[in-house]
Design a protein around this ligand. Sequence first.
Ligand code: KG4
Ligand code: ZN
Length: 348
Amino acid sequence: MSFALGIETTCDETSAAVVADGRRVLSNVVRTQAALHQKYGGVVPEIAARAHIELIDEIISLALGDAGITGSALNVIGVAHTPGLVGCLLVGVSAAKGLAFAWDKPLVGVNHVAAHLYAAALYEKITPAGDAWTAGDTWPALGLVISGGHTTLYRMASPRDLIKIGHTIDDAVGEAFDKVAAILQLGYPGGPQIDALAKQGNPEAIKFPMTLLGKESLDFSFSGLKTAVLYNVCGIGGKQREASALSPQERADVAASFQRTATDILIAKCRRALGQGGYRSLVAGGGVCANSAIRSGLLQLGREHSIAVLLPALQFCQDNGAMIAGMADELYRSGVRSDLGLRVVATS
Ligand code: KG4
Ligand code: ZN
């Protein structure tokens, strides 16, 4: 059995995890900083980096303890070194380097976005039905990463070989969820709140614009949708009234109609990409992949195209160390090694 430790500090979650054989999660300790950033309505990089420093040692100890192993049992130490907030990345990478040196273990730098897709391979107790991940017919896959920082489509020849085929030209879809939640005065992070409120609303109540860009384009745009919600709720210009002027039902209708439009945009782009042919499955990941409407839309699209849809379990959608550990194990097995000079890269 091989044991990988994964360390994740790219943004506002401090996390460490131990994964066995690249897929079975033995521990996954995630400490979110959401409460620290709530009053600012978004992540403050300096506050995030300081919080990572305070937490990282304890989180790693907890992850090893929960898994019932010590550092000496590890086969590899993986760390997210790109993309992310530089000050935050430095905390995780420094910790990983220190431990790799102290315990004399191999170090592997992991791309956080690729790891979001790898999250679909992870399981805790129950082996995924049919285990499409290892079946020969999974690749090439269409990969969709939807998070607070990314909305990107990839052609995946394997979990390690990603070619970007589309991305957002403005806001990430998670950002749009967070901003719409702020407009509706629901608090931060807003995605889960919109998801919950949308269940009480009518998704057909308001027709928001669906920006699809060029006919063939696989890129995304969400800023027009966000502005349309702002003008709908607060009046043209966005300053005439506040969300509190709406009835609870009207607010739920806005949430449901926005979520429906965002889902339709994501599905339309995936359908377009699948239509270009050659994909044997659809793999998705990222915090927004926890969204109930988006999950069911993706599963429905898979049925339409008779392909498997691999989605991470809910606990592996948001930023977590398990996806970093799993991806590190995958890379390590294929011969990838980083040295103690591993650098952080803000954008990749
Ligand atoms: O992957 P993640 O934890 O961090 C990044 O790498 O950005 O994603 C965070 C994003 C936030 O924008 C949050 O509002 C969104 O994921 N999110 C959701 C849901 N749960 C989290 N968005 C929509 N529906 C959800 N249920
Ligand atoms: Zn992420």
